[in-house]
Design a protein around this ligand. Structure first.
Ligand code: K7E
Ligand code: CUA
Ligand code: CA
Length: 650
């Protein structure tokens, strides 16, 4: 196993950070007067006053996973972060790989009782609210997680995830691993594929992600007023570009057919979406009537020039410029904004090979993969290729129900076969040679049965220039008999495969709570997290526990309250029945892993504040009485004693 990166790891190779951690914890204990706890010298972990804060992992070399099935010994750290979509749970999850351990859940479009996501004012401001202050939407369906790039590889800044139900794009800041922005996409339904660009298509100095591309799966009448439901010519799908920093929608492209998955080229010039419903059918029989659908290519620079030149429309209330990417409007390749490469049949998935040369579409209803040569597509846009069919470098048989493709960086592709319950490993160059007529080119390298019916798969660092060909994870849609039975609702089965050799080796099964779709596997040194918030990030943070106070304006009461283990800054506070109460809680503890919670009985209030974080909730004090507000998050030997009293005067 390659351990060269470990030297750069703050978390590996030395026990220094752990010592520093324990010292600071102990010091805090002294400061809090909890130093009387015995046993500190013999058992620093057990006696640390912040019991919940005991570090779980002594610094360790990463696991020699390929040798022992991905199993890590206690205290060993994983080599990769896995960023997993949570499907219609609406969340994103963080797994460690190769162990498959779930390390974190990031609430995004869902509510989370633990963190207070969806009930704090801060999270509601991100999610969006109705005029009465309640969350605008409370459900979401996340399919695809992709992260920001610099120079063709992950830069650890952001990840994005789609919401198929309510047409939203969310961003996760990877330093805290929390959602920080959500954008509503106009004019569309069934937002499915998402992929950031990898560099700017015109300015060579901009070598990082600045745009996020979003495909919409369902066609709807435009504008969607309910009048044109019976007129199929009014139904359209749009391809959307969102600004990676501001998260504002930049532009949309009207297309023929629909969008599914999304991919981007390494030079930033092209984005693409595969289409399974070029027929524009409303019923599945119609959607599968054509022999070929397509992969639509978007010429990003030309689209942005068209927007600049004012060649766009808007629809309904939306101010977003929509350019015309339909076939009829783009017949001349030299000025075309879009190009439609014909691909058999109801393709699912489009993936960019790490050498930057090809996009690969899997056939789903055709047993084939189609390899599209990006240099040829660019030539077509310049008028040098007369037919987009000629950009197809290979169309080869793989097996039944091909869906998604990953890469090992050594010229091999791995494609899931949903119907065959297999992963097939195939060599891209040999597939091209075979397609060109070399019937001796054996492009299938290996096949591995998986359990069962795989959807997405991804390899470590797969869609980056640093694809390292170590691990492949396969998201199996059905676990059936692989885990202890838990009643009718089964988990899915994530299977980890060693792809370092010629043959694939199944390493382990991990149950995954429904229902992940896509995921990425990111080398751990690409992501640098902060374990402590910055106090100044919240404008209403109090700086000192003594600043805890109650302010009243009419019947609106604001309670500023600090938390410093093992006490809240106010042992009690008084409000009147009928008041609208806002609790603004600042965690003044500075120590890693020393979070506090705040729950108010019979008021449906519960949220947490991480070290140096501030969060707030607003509610109506509609019952007179005494209510013990308590810390829900285990923080200290006196965690149970950490309380405040809300006295509501009748
Ligand atoms: Cu990426 Cu599951 Cu939305 Cu394929 S989709 S399986
Ligand atoms: Cu503070 Cu538990
Ligand atoms: Ca079709």
């Amino acid at each position: 196993m390659d351990t060269t990166n470990d030297k750069k790891q703050p978390d590996a190779g030395a026990d220094l950070p752990r010592r520093r951690f324990l010292n600071s914890t102990a010091a805090a204990g002294v400061a809090l007067g909890a130093a009387t706890l015995v046993g500190c010298k013999q058992e620093p972990q057990a006696a640390a006053p912040a019991a919940g804060a005991a570090p779980a992992a002594p610094a360790a070399a990463a696991a020699h996973a390929a040798g022992d099935g991905g199993h890590l010994k206690p205290g060993q750290l994983d080599e990769y972060y896995g960023l997993w979509s949570g499907g219609h749970s609406g969340e994103v999850r963080v797994l460690g790989l190769p162990s498959g351990r779930e390390i974190k859940r990031i609430p995004v479009f869902n509510r989370c009782a633990l963190t207070g996501w969806g009930s704090t004012n801060e999270s509601k401001a991100i999610i969006g609210t109705k005029p009465d202050g309640s969350m605008k939407y409370t459900v979401g369906d996340t399919h695809h997680v992709h992260a920001s790039y610099t120079d063709g590889t992950y830069n650890g800044k952001y990840a994005w995830v789609n919401d198929k139900i309510n047409s939203r794009l969310a961003r996760i800041r990877l330093d805290y691993m929390v959602c920080d922005k959500i954008t509503q996409l106009p004019n569309i339904q069934g937002f499915h594929g998402v992929f950031p660009d990898k560099r700017d298509p015109v300015d060579p100095k901009i070598n990082h992600t600045t745009r996020v591309f979003c495909g919409s799966e369902f066609s709807i009448p435009l504008p969607n007023t309910g009048k044109d439901a019976a007129d199929p010519t009014k139904y359209h799908s749009l391809f959307t570009c969102v600004d990676a920093e501001t998260m504002a929608v930049r532009w949309q492209v009207l297309i023929d057919g629909n969008c599914d998955l999304t991919a981007t080229s390494y030079d930033g010039k092209l984005a693409a979406t595969n289409q399974y419903n070029t027929e524009m059918g409303a019923k599945y029989e119609d959607m599968m009537s054509a022999e070929r659908d397509a992969c639509v290519f978007f010429h990003v620079a030309r689209i942005e020039q068209a927007v600049k030149d004012g060649k766009f429309k808007t629809y309904g209330d939306s101010k977003v410029p929509v350019v015309d990417g339909t076939k009829a409007a783009n017949k001349d390749a030299k000025t075309a904004l879009t190009g439609y490469v014909p691909v058999p049949k109801n393709p699912h998935g489009v993936n960019a090979s790490p050498d930057g040369k090809y996009f690969i579409c899997a056939g789903k209803l055709s047993p084939t993969a189609t390899v599209i040569d990006l240099a040829e597509v660019l030539k077509w846009f310049d008028g040098g290729v007369d037919d987009l069919k000629k950009t197809i470098a290979a169309e080869v048989e793989l097996g039944l129900g091909p869906l998604h493709t990953a890469f090992d960086g050594r010229g091999n592709a791995f494609t899931t076969l949903f119907l065959d319950s297999q992963v097939v490993k195939w060599n891209v160059d040999k597939a091209i040679a075979f397609f060109k007529g070399d019937k001796n080119a054996k492009y299938i390298v290996d096949r591995l049965d998986v359990q069962y019916q795989p959807g997405h798969l991804n390899a470590s660092m797969s869609e980056t220039k640093e694809a390292d060909g170590k691990y492949l994870n396969v998201g199996c849609k059905f676990s059936k008999d692989r885990f202890l039975p838990v009643g009718p609702l089964h988990p899915e089965n994530e299977q980890l495969i060693d792809i370092s050799g010629e043959k694939m080796k199944l390493l382990s099964d991990h149950p995954c709570w429904p229902e992940p779709h896509d995921f990425i596997i990111v080398k751990r040194n690409k992501i640098k997290t902060s374990q402590v918030n910055k106090l100044e990030e919240h404008p209403l943070a109090i700086k000192d526990i003594k600043d805890s106070r109650v302010e009243r304006k009419g019947n609106k009461v604001t309670v500023f309250i600090g938390s410093l283990a093992p006490a809240f800054g106010l042992r009690d506070f008084k409000v009147k029945k009928g008041d609208e109460v806002t609790i603004i809680l600042t965690n003044l503890d500075k120590i890693e892993d020393l979070g506090h919670g705040f729950a108010i009985p019979n008021h449906d209030v519960n949220f947490i504040v991480n070290p140096q974080e501030t969060a707030s909730v607003t509610f109506k004090a509609d019952k007179a009485g005494v209510f013990w507000c308590y810390c829900t998050h285990f923080c200290h030997a006196l965690h149970l004693e950490m309380r405040s009293r809300m006295i509501v005067e009748g």
